[in-house]
Design a protein around this ligand. Sequence first.
Ligand SMILES: Nc1ncnc2c1ncn2[C@@H]1O[C@H](COP(=O)(O)OP(=O)(O)OP(=O)(O)O)[C@@H](O)[C@H]1O
Length: 322
Amino acid sequence: MTRSFPPALVFEGVRRTYPGQAGPALRDVSFSVPRGSRTGIIGRSGAGKSTLVRLISGLELPDAGHVSVQGQDFSALSASARRERQARTGLVFQHFNLLAQRTALGNVTLPLELRGVPRAQREARARELLAQVGLADLASRYPAQLSGGQKQRVGIARALATEPDLLLADEATSALDPETSAGILTLLTDLQRDRDLTVVIVTHQLEVVRAATTHVAVLDSGQLVEFGQTREVLSQPQHAVTRALLEAHRPAASLTAGEQLRRVTLAELSPRTLTALAGLGARVVQADAHPLGVDVWLAVPDGTPDIPAHLARVAQLAGAGA
Ligand SMILES: Nc1ncnc2c1ncn2[C@@H]1O[C@H](COP(=O)(O)OP(=O)(O)OP(=O)(O)O)[C@@H](O)[C@H]1O
């Protein structure tokens, strides 16, 4: 028998207006995040991402609609039940928010201390968590003695201390260089799988969505303009804002007269694909590999037909001839 679980997170007709603002920061936002997913929330500055985070973490309530986390509607909870729910949502921040006067171990034990967990127990648990994020040897270092990536690992270990079922990472990699950022995203992905967590990753960086998420919600001017599986949304964006976020990565290419730039997402850039592209008169300007495939920017002659459809036909013919 298969068990069905409620979604980890449900937004239903959510509106949130701040005093003194002309319009709402979020309006009529509805979507649900599947349990065990890694969902990216993406949008430009001012789109409403931080407002969404505050609503998910229960720090604010909507002025219309409902926000439910693991089947619990914040508006219907008592103050103590709300605090309990908040404790089960682990928060990871852009600037780590570590206490400078506490060691890595002391930062990770803090949430357990606040819950009255005895010292020996909380230290054992914190050491276990630091080992899981790859910092077993750095437990006694102070934040000032850690790199940005190491500080974020401490932040993640601290977020896991209270055994959350939901991890909310708000621009968690924005302050890190690309390599360190990739390490943190891999860690978040591994933790999600190992611990059966639901992870929500808020970011303005499309590459973060691509590298680490299964689902993505696109916000613009307080509205949810697109939601779906990352693979589908990125390969066939339905909304102009999503397309604009993808176009932001448009390479600077010198085109000859009668050429235009086109972006396609392919499973791989195999020799056969390259030959098929050359047959269309297309040349590869830039190729960015990522976990979902390869984003390829091509310079193509005006009037070139749909490229994925052409490649599918070529593959089919090759299969038939094999
Ligand atoms: N406390 C507040 N008081 C008044 N207005 C606010 C407040 N917080 C956010 N806003 C407004 O709500 C809108 C959405 O802001 P929000 O911070 O949620 O966007 P964001 O997508 O997180 O932006 P960024 O990427 O720049 O952090 C903006 O117009 C912002 O000015």
